[in-house]
Write a protein that binds this ligand. Structure first.
Ligand code: GLA
Length: 435
C-alpha cells in the first residue's frame, strides 16, 4: 500500500505543474522594447532609439526614478534584434558587441541593483522574426542555461520559422530547461499566437502548466484600430480565454501603447481599463524619457493598476454588448469588490447610457461606485437608475464596492489590495445622476 501511495504521489507530482516557478502570481508589469523601438539597430544615426544597452539602461533609470517601479512596473524587457548574427565558439548566443558592449549579464546586474528585472527574447525556430539566430530544438538547453548564467529574469519565446510539430516539442522543452537551471525565469510563450489562439489547436490547460504568460493573438501596432481588433478578439473568445488565466498564468493581449502616437486620451484610458479588466500583463512600449503627463497619469493610475493586480487573478468579461455601440465589462475582485467598464465604440458624441447595478446582475444591496479617472464617488442601491456619459472610443471605469469598503488612496498599495477596513475620507456622496 505504501509503495502504491509513493508511486501514486510521484506520478501525480511528475504530471502536475511543470512550470512550478511560483512567479507572476499577479500579471507582470514593466516595459518592453518591441512596439515602440522595433528592430532599429542604427546606433550610428539614431543612438537614442536603437536597440542597445543605452536604451535599456535609460528606461531602467526612468522606471526607478519616475515612480514606476513602486507601482509594480519592474520588468525591463529586451525583444528581438539584440543578438549578434553569429553564435560564439561554444555555440552560445551572444549579444551584439557594438550595441551591448557590457554584455547581458552586466545589464541584468544593472537592473537588479535598481530593484528591476531583465527580460530577454528568443525564437524557437531557425531564426527570430527579425532574422537573428533562433533556438531550434537542439539548442534549447544550452540557451536556457546561457540566460540563467546571465541572471535573466524572464524569457519570451517567439515562434517564427518553426512548424507546429517543432513548437509542440520546443515550448514544453524550454519550460523544463528553464526550470532545470534552478534560476526562477518567467516564461512567456508565443505558441498559441502561431496556432490561431483557439482550441482544439491550442491547449490552454497545458499552457497554464508550462508558461507564465502567452501571446494569443497578433501583434499590437500603434493605432486605435489595432487596439480595437485585439479587444474584440479577446472578448469574443472570452469563454475559452478567461478560464485559462489565473495566478501564475496569463493571457497576453500584447503591449500597452499608451504614451505613443496612435491613441487619443480617451482611447488611452480605454486600453488601460480593458487591460486591467483582462488581467493582462502590463508591458508598456513607449518612450519613458519623453512621455506626456497625461499618458503617465493613465499608466500610473493606482485604481486601474489595483484592478489589474487583484490577487484573485480572475480575468474579467464583457457582460453587455448593445447594438448601438455601448459595451460593459466586469471583473470580480477580492473582498467583494468588482470593476465595471462602460465602453463606447460610437463616433458621434458622449453617449448617456442608462443602467443600474441590478440590470448588470448585481445582488440586492447598497453600493459605492468609485470612478477610477475622476475619483468621484456615488452611492447607489442595486435598483437605482444611473447614467454614465461615455465619450466616443472612451470609457467610464468604476470600482464597485459595499459603501464603506474602498477609498482611492488605500485601494492599491504596492501591489496589494486592502480589505474593507477603512473610512473613505474623500467620499462625497453625489446624487446618482451626476455622471
Ligand atoms: C513577432 C512577435 C512580436 C515581436 C517580433 C520581433 O512578431 O509577435 O511581439 O517579438 O516578432 O521580431
Amino acid at each position: 500500500m505504501r509503495l502504491f501511495l509513493l508511486v501514486l504521489t510521484s506520478v501525480l507530482c511528475g504530471t502536475s505543474v511543470a512550470l512550478d516557478n511560483g512567479l507572476m502570481r499577479t500579471p507582470p508589469m514593466g516595459w518592453l522594447a518591441w512596439e515602440r523601438f522595433r528592430c532599429d539597430i542604427d546606433c550610428y544615426n539614431d543612438p537614442k532609439n536603437c536597440i542597445s544597452e543605452t536604451l535599456f539602461t535609460d528606461m531602467a533609470d526612468r522606471l526607478a526614478e519616475d515612480g514606476w517601479r513602486e507601482l509594480g512596473y519592474v520588468y525591463v524587457n529586451i525583444d528581438d534584434c539584440w543578438s549578434s548574427m553569429e553564435r560564439d565558439q561554444q555555440g552560445r548566443l551572444q549579444a551584439d558587441p557594438k550595441r551591448f558592449p557590457m554584455g547581458i549579464r552586466n545589464l541584468s546586474q544593472y537592473m537588479h541593483a535598481r530593484g528591476l528585472k531583465l527580460g530577454i527574447y528568443g525564437d524557437m525556430g531557425s531564426h527570430t522574426c527579425g532574422g537573428y539566430p533562433g533556438t531550434p530544438l537542439d539548442k534549447i538547453e544550452l540557451d536556457a542555461q546561457t540566460f540563467a548564467d546571465w541572471e535573466v529574469d524572464m524569457f519570451k519565446f517567439d515562434g517564427c520559422y518553426s512548424n507546429a510539430s517543432e513548437q509542440e516539442k520546443g515550448y514544453p522543452l524550454m519550460s523544463k530547461a528553464l526550470n532545470a537551471t534552478g534560476r526562477p525565469i518567467a516564461y512567456s510563450c508565443s505558441w498559441p499566437a502561431y496556432q490561431g489562439g483557439l482550441p482544439p489547436k491550442v491547449n490552454y490547460t497545458q499552457l497554464g502548466k508550462i508558461c507564465n504568460l502567452w501571446r494569443n493573438y497578433g501583434d499590437i501596432q500603434d493605432s486605435w484600430g489595432s487596439v480595437l481588433s485585439i479587444v474584440d478578439w479577446f472578448f469574443d473568445n472570452q469563454d475559452v480565454l478567461a478560464p485559462a488565466a489565473g495566478p501564475g498564468r496569463w493571457n497576453d493581449p500584447d503591449m500597452l501603447i499608451v504614451g505613443d502616437f496612435g491613441l487619443s486620451l480617451d482611447q488611452s484610458q480605454t486600453q488601460m481599463s480593458l487591460w486591467a479588466i483582462m488581467a493582462a500583463p502590463l508591458f508598456m512600449s513607449n518612450d519613458l524619457r519623453t512621455i506626456s503627463a497625461d499618458a503617465r497619469r493613465i499608466l500610473q493610475n493606482k485604481v486601474l493598476i489595483g484592478i489589474n493586480q487583484d490577487p484573485l487573478g480572475i480575468q474579467g468579461r464583457r457582460i453587455v454588448k448593445e447594438k448601438y455601440g455601448i459595451e460593459v465589462f466586469w471583473r470580480p475582485l477580492q473582498n467583494n469588490v468588482s470593476a465595471l467598464v462602460f465602453f463606447s465604440r460610437r463616433s458621434d458624441m458622449p453617449y448617456r447610457y442608462h443602467t443600474s447595478l441590478k440590470k448588470l446582475n448585481y445582488a440586492t444591496g447598497n453600493y459605492k461606485l468609485f470612478d477610477a479617472f475622476t475619483s468621484r464617488t456615488t452611492l447607489v442601491k442595486d435598483a437605482t437608475d444611473f447614467v454614465v456619459s461615455v465619450n466616443p472610443s472612451g470609457v467610464v471605469t468604476f470600482l464597485v464596492s459595499a459603501p464603506a469598503t474602498i477609498n482611492r488612496r488605500q485601494f492599491y498599495n504596492g501591489g496589494k489590495l486592502h480589505g474593507p477596513s477603512f473610512e473613505d475620507a474623500e467620499e462625497n456622496s453625489l446624487p446618482p445622476v451626476f455622471l
